[in-house]
Design a protein around this ligand. Structure first.
Ligand code: COA
Length: 332
């Protein structure tokens, strides 16, 4: 039994926030030239919770778009899985809220792997489908990053955006052109301290001191993360190619996690992937964590860049540290 991605969908909030918001509106000591040259980000979309735009709202909208692409109803799904680090509330899962909003049945759970959430979750969902435990899984990468950012910290708040991207993972016959191939996943928990939200869990429950020190918001040592990201992505993709006996020429499109344009271009150059085969969306949407790869895939399809038989390479790096590489062959 094999699994394939047979449909995609996405949701971006309507509210567009250009770089000027951070210096003109928030008064931060930053500027457009710094942000564009160091990150490649020109603008991003941020959710408006007063309009109900939470993580599960975005996930539901992306899933609806994906169901429409597939020509299916919510009742056709066996499971809903959401990769996220920004749930609507600590309990229950975004997947359960999404299931209820869609009017779906079947089991539902969230998965936490930060910016690697899509690649990790794709592997988990593909394994469930290949084993026959579920025939049709709606898998969504969704993150409401603006809910965990410190908008007084210029080092982090300029980097992220909000979005959700959905893929339908289905059982397909062996002669179907589409396939989710094996992945190569990695983690190194000793890197946790470099990118984290220190408080808000059992170790440091929220109190006034925590709130005053903004310890319930994202903290990052950007330079350390940058260095690890480039070298880890290059190493894991090289190992993946070797184990799968693939060559860069076999890859029709490289769809990396969108953390920083310089990370993407440095990794692509070292892997010898040409620019026209590299999908970049960070300029328009910034880093949307678990949503970055599925939204980039959906946009690439819309732009006519994905054809039946194409081998697509996903690669990622994120908090944990977690990272990995994965390929699919497109089949619809
Ligand atoms: N505007 C202006 N200056 C800024 C700034 C901003 N928004 N943010 C940081 N700076 C300053 C720093 O304070 C530092 O000043 P200092 O030298 O006086 O201390 C200076 O710019 C250079 O900082 P540095 O961290 O060396 O810059 P960088 O080239 O590494 O770029 C990041 C910073 C965050 C863009 C980059 O490190 C990065 O993208 N890291 C990975 C982030 C990431 O991908 N995270 C998600 C994981 S998936």
């Amino acid at each position: 039994m094999k699994a394939a991605i047979t449909a995609t969908g996405r949701y971006f909030p309507a509210r567009e926030v250009p770089n000027s918001y951070f210096y003109d509106d928030l008064g931060l000591d930053t500027n457009d030239e710094w942000i564009v040259s160091r990150t490649g980000i020109e603008t991003r979309r941020l959710a408006d919770p007063s309009k109900g735009e939470t993580c599960s709202f975005m996930a539901t909208q992306a899933a609806r778009a994906c169901l429409a692409d597939a020509g299916l109803e919510a009742g056709d799904l066996d499971a809903i899985v959401v990769a996220t680090v920004t749930p609507d509330q600590p309990l229950p899962s975004v997947a359960c809220f999404t299931q209820a909003a869609l009017g779906a049945k079947g089991f539902a759970f969230d998965l936490v792997a930060a910016c690697s959430g899509f690649v990790y979750g794709l592997d988990v969902c593909a394994a469930m489908v290949e084993s026959g435990r579920a025939k049709r899984v709606m898998f969504i990468g969704a993150d409401h990053m603006s809910s965990i950012l410190d908008f007084a910290d210029r080092n982090t708040c300029i980097l992220f955006g909000d979005a959700a991207g959905a893929v339908l993972i289905e059982q397909v016959p062996d002669d179907h052109p589409g396939t989710i191939h094996r992945s190569l996943l990695r983690a190194d928990g000793t890197g946790a301290k470099h990118l984290q939200i220190p408080a808000g869990g059992g170790r440091l429950p929220i109190d006034e001191g925590i709130l005053a020190e903004r310890m319930h918001k994202v903290k990052q040592e950007g330079r350390v993360v940058f260095r690890h990201a480039v070298s880890s992505i290059v190493k894991v993709v090289r190992q993946y190619f070797e184990e799968e006996q693939l060559d860069v020429e076999d890859v029709a499109l490289f769809i990396p996690h969108q953390a920083n344009r310089r990370i993407i271009e440095a990794a692509a150059d070292r892997l010898r992937v040409p620019r026209d085969k590299t999908v970049i969306t960070i300029d328009r949407f910034a880093n949307t964590t678990a949503a970055s790869i599925p939204t980039a895939l959906d946009l690439a399809r819309e732009e006519g860049r994905v054809k039946v038989g194409d081998r697509l390479l996903f690669a990622t790096f994120g908090a944990g540290f977690t990272w990995g590489a994965q390929t699919i062959t497109w089949g619809v």
